[in-house]
Design a protein around this ligand. Sequence first.
Ligand SMILES: CC(C)(COP(=O)(O)OP(=O)(O)OC[C@H]1O[C@@H](n2cnc3c(N)ncnc32)[C@H](O)[C@@H]1O)[C@@H](O)C(=O)NCCC(=O)NCCS
Ligand SMILES: Nc1ncnc2c1ncn2[C@@H]1O[C@H](COP(=O)(O)OP(=O)(O)OP(=O)(O)O)[C@@H](O)[C@H]1O
Length: 200
Amino acid sequence: MRKVLVIGGMGAGKSTVRGVLAQDGVPAVDLDALGHEALELPEVRAALADCFGPEVLDAAGRVSRATLASRAFASSQATGRLQAITWPTIGRLLGARLDAWEAAGHRVVVVEHSALRDRDDPLACDADVIVAVLAPVEQRVARAVAAGWPEREVRRRIAAQIGDEQRACLADVVFNNTGTPAQLAAQVRTWWHHYQAERG
Ligand SMILES: CC(C)(COP(=O)(O)OP(=O)(O)OC[C@H]1O[C@@H](n2cnc3c(N)ncnc32)[C@H](O)[C@@H]1O)[C@@H](O)C(=O)NCCC(=O)NCCS
Ligand SMILES: Nc1ncnc2c1ncn2[C@@H]1O[C@H](COP(=O)(O)OP(=O)(O)OP(=O)(O)O)[C@@H](O)[C@H]1O
C-alpha cells in the first residue's frame, strides 16, 4: 500500500488537498486529529501534566489544548518535549489505521502531517511520495486568521515549523497555493491523474 504524505505550514492548504483526494475515495487521515485522540489517554495526560504543569488539565482532567499550546510552543525545547510525549501514541494510532486500510485492500492512502521536519521523522510512515503545499507566510497567516485562529498563535506555531524552502527540498511534488481553492484543487487533480496512471 502506497502512502501519500501531505505536508505544509499552518494555513497552507493541506486539508484542502486531502479533501480533494478524499473526494476521489482515497482514505485519508490527519495527524492533527490523531494528536487529539492521543490527548484522551490517561497516560498521555499524566505525562503532559508532569512536563508542562497541572494547569494543562482542566477540572475534569481533560487537556486544555489552548493552555498546553501556550506552554508547548513557547520554545523549540518545549515543542520537542510535547512531541516526545505525544508522537509515540500518534505513531501507534497511525499504524493501526494503516494496517486496517491495508487489510481492507486499499492500494493508496493519504496522511496529512503538519509538523514534518525531515525524511527521518518517525511519523513520515515510509511515504511513497511527499506532497508539499506552499504559500507565503503572510497569506497563510491571513487564511488561518480568517478560519478563526488568533494571529499571535498562528505566528508562534509557524515559528515552530520548518519553512517552505525546506519543505520544497523534502518534497517530491509541490503545489503553490497562491490562487483560489479551485485552482489548488485543479493542480491536485491533474497531478493525481498522472500519479495514478504512472503508479497504477
Ligand atoms: C498543542 C496542541 C494540544 C494544540 O491543539 P490545537 O487544537 O490548538 O491545535 P491542532 O492540534 O488542531 O493543530 C493546529 C495546527 O497547529 C500546528 N501544530 C500542531 N502541533 C504542532 C507541532 N508539534 N509543531 C508545529 N506545529 C504544530 C499545525 O499547523 C496544526 O495544523 C496540539 O497541537 C498537540 O497536541 N500537538 C502535538 C501533537 C502534534 O505534533 N501534532 C501535529 C501532527 S503530528
Ligand atoms: N487558495 C485559497 N484561498 C483562500 N482560502 C484558502 C485557500 N486554500 C485554503 N484556504 C482556506 O485557508 C484555511 C487553511 O486551509 P487548510 O485548512 O486547507 O490548511 P492546512 O494546511 O490544513 O492548515 P492547518 O495547519 O491549520 O490544519 C481554510 O479555512 C481554507 O478554507
